[in-house]
Design a protein around this ligand. Sequence first.
Ligand SMILES: [Zn+2]
Length: 182
Amino acid sequence: MKIFIDPSHGGRDLGKTVNGWYEKDITLAIGLKLRNILRNRFKLVQVLMSRTNDKTLTIAERASKANKWGANFVLSLHVDLWEKTKFFKSYRYRGRVSNTTFRAQSSIHRAIVIETGWADAGLLSLNHPLLRQTTMPAIITECPFVSQNCLNSIQQIANAHMVGLSYEFNLEDKSTILTRRG
Ligand SMILES: [Zn+2]
């Protein structure tokens, strides 16, 4: 299973900025944490990131990296820095999408809502170039981010995505002792 994680924004593109927090830094912190959790915890998972530092990247560069690598799934991370918002949103491409895309969006979305207790803004669609230019199932998530409790918030968001991804893709825990054979 090849999962491509895209921490949105970066470099000159700050994303949303509120009270000295930049969205680009938060999406990167979440992406790195999620990558490490997935690599440490599950068997047979490969993770590639669009960026692992504060770098300016076009959407086309991100999409082309995922396409060239042959990712099975693309997850692009955004956060909403508006303090009062506790809504979770996810987006698939607004247009024709495969059943796999729709199923991945629904189950990852539901797992995140259940895991975090955030209000559910529903399964949304968006005509976003990353969703359009990637050739595999791809979704964007937008999580509420609480800056008063930054580290907890990053951990919670990374963890909720891990739960959603492992559920949708049946990722097998490395610590599993019993394996069904045949
Ligand atoms: Zn954003």
